[in-house]
Write a protein that binds this ligand. Structure first.
Ligand SMILES: Cc1cc2nc3c(=O)[nH]c(=O)nc-3n(C[C@H](O)[C@H](O)[C@H](O)COP(=O)(O)O)c2cc1C
Length: 311
């Protein structure tokens, strides 16, 4: 009760201060004058419209500010869902946050050296924001910018699926221009840093039914088992081995039509999207860019599981 009395007194004080305020008095006088005008007066119509706009603007701003933390949480949960999806670990009904925390380890990579960076907070790091920060980004030379992104962050956030000490998947972020939009996605690789597990594009604005088919699960399924880098003529992988010497330049591409699996080189080919050659070319280019020395090749060189060929 004493607290209530105190707040009533404070409210009274506030009201008195407001009533004594010169601007408020002017506003009050104007308000009374407007309200006294006839409903078909132009001044009253404009004043009511302006007042309504102000009230709506305040409400919208308030909602935007109040809902911001929720939006940030939803965005983070959506990203975790996409990563679990490309890792093949998305289970219906499972709690996204705990599944992610349990199964996925995020790391920051210096793209130039391929080393992990320990002095950047992984949880806080946002690669898209970093790409816009001159201190954390580099311009891409025109002749190397096959993904048409102009600048790249010096660091990238990668995700590892581990079972104990054993890496099961290496998940790499990639983006590049399609026909209408920049496509953002993830590529999940086997620990050999060479064999594709899955791909997903979580943000793109290509035409639904044409370039937008990049999200079609049937098309995504075609990527499983494809090889990213050209291998030597007689790859050691045929003997169940992969050596560094087997790994050449990025070779994966989308082709026009359907891949003939009996033909040599089909392990580097994925069916192009019907009626969407430009988006398909964009996907080829962005995958090749991020798998090149400009992207994750230096990192993959350091982390891929290389087996020694017995002499
Ligand atoms: C309304 C409209 C939307 C289109 N959207 C895409 C698209 O998202 N991606 C794409 O590669 N081509 C799109 N195209 C087709 C391209 O303009 C171009 O014709 C096509 O990429 C050529 O591919 P094709 O040789 O497979 O037909 C669209 C065309 C139209 C008329």
């Amino acid at each position: 009760m004493p607290n209530n009395k105190k707040s009533c007194k404070q409210m009274e004080k506030l009201c008195t201060a407001l009533n004594n305020n010169e601007y408020y008095q002017k506003f009050d006088a104007y308000k009374n004058k407007v309200l006294a005008l006839g409903n078909d007066s132009l001044e009253k119509t404009i004043a009511i419209a302006v007042a309504l706009c102000l009230v709506c603007a305040v409400l919208v701003s308030f909602a935007a500010v109040a809902l911001k933390p929720l939006q940030i949480d939803n965005k983070a949960a959506d990203m975790k869902q996409n990563i679990l999806d490309v890792a093949g670990l998305l289970e219906e009904g499972a709690d996204i946050n705990s599944a992610f925390a349990e199964k996925i380890e995020a790391k920051i990579v210096d793209l130039e050296t391929g080393d992990y960076v320990e002095n950047i907070d992984v949880a806080e790091f946002d690669q898209r924001k970093a790409a816009k920060d001159p201190a954390q980004s580099v311009a891409i030379p025109k002749d190397k910018d096959i993904a048409h992104i102009r600048v790249k962050s010096k660091y990238a956030k990668v995700f590892l699926v581990k079972e104990g000490d054993v890496t099961k998947s290496i998940i790499l972020p990639m983006h590049g221009y399609g026909l209408w939009s920049t496509l953002y996605g993830f590529l999940s690789l086997d620990p050999d840093g060479q064999t594709v597990q899955s791909i997903n594009f979580y943000d793109q604005a290509e035409t639904p039914g044409l370039g937008g088919e990049v999200v079609n699960p049937n098309w995504r399924a075609l990527w499983k088992g494809k090889k990213v880098y050209a291998e030597t003529d007689q790859p050691s992988s045929e003997k169940g081995l992969i050596t560094e010497a087997d790994i050449g330049e990025p070779a994966l591409s989308l082709i026009k039509g359907v891949v003939d699996k009996t033909k040599p080189g089909s392990q580097y080919q994925v069916d192009g999207l019907a009626g969407a050659t430009l988006t398909s070319t964009g996907v080829t280019n962005l995958v090749r860019y991020w798998m090149s020395d400009e992207g994750f090749a230096p990192y993959l060189k350091k982390v891929r599981t290389v087996k020694q060929v017995k002499s």
